[in-house]
Design a protein around this ligand. Structure first.
Ligand code: CUA
Length: 153
């Protein structure tokens, strides 16, 4: 008798849960947060500024530099970059092939790079030192070797 009550309760809560997820996803249009700009994955290498990865000084924007990263299995381009302490940097990153992660160890910068999309993050490095960039999305056999470095001077 008790088993039956629990069974009904279990199935009932499962249905309630599925409904909540379904309603919020499809009816309310809830989607994962994004600050993404679309680009054509075929043109990653020719679309400005992704044809020149690295740090670029910019004028007339809310940030001083744009730091462009292009990820591909199993590395980041550039493999290392030197940034000045205290300047406002907009990190712009994308991937040429599969989904990669972009986590700057020791900071709260943690992005997902998706083919055809640009992930952006504006930040100011306040401490000097070396910051490791790691891939935290499993992307294949070389996943654990994928890294880059930001050196703040
Ligand atoms: Cu790239 Cu894991």
């Amino acid at each position: 008798k008790f088993e039956k009550i629990w069974l009904v309760f279990g199935i009932g809560s499962l249905l309630v849960f599925l409904n909540v997820v379904g309603v919020s996803a499809f009816y309310m249009g809830n989607q994962p947060p994004s600050c993404l700009t679309t680009i054509d994955p075929e043109k990653v290498d020719t679309t400005k500024p992704f044809n020149k990865p690295g740090l670029h000084k910019v004028e007339g924007k809310d940030w001083d530099y744009e730091l462009v990263f292009v990820a591909s299995a199993f590395s980041y381009n550039p493999a290392k970059v030197v940034v000045q302490k205290g300047v406002k940097v907009k990190i712009m990153a994308t991937t040429k092939d599969v989904i990669h992660g972009f986590e700057v160890a020791g900071t709260n910068i943690n992005m997902m790079l998706e083919p055809g999309y640009v992930s952006e993050y504006v930040t100011t490095f306040k401490k000097t030192g070396e910051f490791l960039i790691l891939c935290n999305e499993y992307c294949g056999v070389g996943h654990h070797m994928m890294s880059s470095k930001i050196e703040v001077v």
